[in-house]
Unconditional design. Sequence first.
Lengths: 115, 116
Amino acid sequence: SAVISQKPSRDICQRGTSLTIQCQVDSQVTMMFWYRQQPGQSLTLIATANQGSEATYESGFVIDKFPISRPNLTFSTLTVSNMSPEDSSIYLCSAHLSTQNTEAFFGQGTRLTVV
Amino acid sequence: AQTVTQSQPEMSVQEAETVTLSCTYDTSESDYYLFWYKQPPSRQMILVIRQEAYKQQNATENRFSVNFQKAAKSFSLKISDSQLGDAAMYFCAYRSGGGATNKLIFGTGTLLAVQP
């Protein structure tokens, strides 16, 4: 199994500012993912964080708005840039131990409120 | 594209009773995995149970079991002997088995309340 530490757990930010969310895994993982969960809704994949290359973004999400870093096999960051109230959501980090391992492990999420 | 549908936004069950949560999905793939995740108020996503599409036998984990109907593309979760700690949002999820990506596609969730 894997334990994922995500921080901050929550934040209240001013519109127009940026917030960087950190995700640390206690073991090396091949694949890391960032999801957004808008209030009362399901999880939507933002991007796959690739180690050593640019992240792969899903339709509707762009690098300028959600830049992602993945400097090694245990760590990733997601930045929410130039925030607006519509960015108020829970952001979750997820990881798989390997491409063959079907179980996804999740961080505890970051609750972001933009005012 | 694959989709996952949960038609029950909310469900309620009495403690010690049994409840079934519904999930249907759409895919043209033959190799895939299905999951049920639980999200309590703490926001931590917890894997409840998983099913490999190539397995005919329904998965079981203690009080949790699934009814996997591949032809009907149905994947329901049965919770037996419900406990107060089972109260949470439950998400059904799909993952392709091709290995190219491990990303999960989630349904909209079912909020389960457990009445004492």
